[in-house]
Ligand binder design. Sequence first.
Ligand code: ADP
Length: 488
Amino acid sequence: MFIVMASPECAPIAKAGGLGDFVHGLCRELSSRGHAVELVLPKYDSLRFDRIQGLHKVYGDLWVPFYDKAIRCDVEYGEVDGIACFFIDAHGEHRFFHRGKIYGDADDPERFAFFSRAVMEFLYKSGRHPDIIHCNDWHTGLMPVLLYEIYAGLGMDRSRVCYSLHNVGHQGWTGPQVLQMNRLDAARLMVPERLRDPGNPGAVNLMKGGIVFSNFVTTVSPRYAWEIQHTEQGMGLQAVLQTHDHKFGGVLNGIDYDTWNPEVDGHLPVHFGPQTLPEKAKCTAALRARTGLADAFKPIVAVVSRLDKQKGVALIRHGIDYALAQGCQCVLLGSASSPEVDAEFSRLKHETDASPDCHLALGYDEDLAHLIYAGADMILIPSVYEPCGLTQMIAMKYGCVPIARRVGGLADTVFDANYSDRPFEERNGYVFDDYTYAGLESALGRAIGLWQRYPEYFRQLRLNGMRQDHSWNVPGQHYLDIYNHIRV
Ligand code: ADP
């Protein structure tokens, strides 16, 4: 099958979160099964160019329509861990991908609407006829609209679209100018059945466009699929998703065990696995040495997260205080998404900097993230909502026990040591329901108590998590089944 993936992110060259890992993992899985997979990304000036092999220009003078003019783009090609990648380099005064970052500008809807148009124009002009175009999140939600409204009529009538929702908290709300910019018929599209936002009749909703115009829509866990159809987690898209229920489903993400496997992980001083678990203690010692924690007989409770409201910053903060009070050590690696959160955690860092039991690293640090998973005993994931969540799956592989709120993909992957109805060998962590201090303490307190009083049982929990298979093998097959279901 010929599959084109379009995305605003791909690990490790342009990663802001789990979407980057998804694209990297799924492209590699599909390629390894012999399918022709091509990934198209914006050529951000912030790409990790050192991780792209053989980058060179393959297509010049791609003129992409923009209002009644056009913007000139070049297309470059390179490989990322064996994935064939095309990069859209946009010229012109807007400097759409020359912002020193992936997201975060006021004109993000225009930037990614332009990217969507450029990908379609590239596929068309280069004579590509993919069986499947796989789009991701609101940034590429306009692609199936463009395919159906413009490019199918130009002969691209064999391609079918699979559209994956990674986070419906961000839907690409914008104004009708993105339609005019792309010479789309605003009168036809700004109606309730198409791109008009359900909550704001004046707004275009790019994610809704992707849902309506795709042949199949997925989200990243079965539980999140249910939550966004039936609870306020749908952020206004519940009815749209119910209308399109016949082409909607949840597929749990995998993780890439070439990157996330303590038996081969190049970031670690010592390797370990289920057969060699005692070696993990050497990673714990290395983590303490690197972060300045005292060498003490205490469990290490970790957080590796974007510090964002979605991730439960209030409970993260409380969890650290509580764990310290219960005689634990804490390590937090987090990048704040707003100045307020940054200020709050900078303050906390200042207060705890001298503590032998607490270390806060504010920022993004891939290398430290690996050492934390390998060295820590527990990881705290108290999300308000969590479409899939990779941290719990990564942590489990490294024998680090998750303490997680029962939402989204966390509910599909973390099974409580005491209260799950699953067989013992499937229980792998601690979960809580209520987004309250008491809720968090009910789970974290049990985990700490087990570590302190029943180390053998705690060791079994670690092993249960390490032995679970969250590779891309199973989800890779699910996506192929979906592609086969919708292809011509
Ligand atoms: P999201 O995509 O919502 O941020 P996920 O759990 O799906 O959350 O994915 C998070 C990914 O980002 C994991 O690979 C995690 O290790 C990584 N990560 C999160 N914060 C940081 C950070 N500050 N430094 C390094 N890696 C991080």
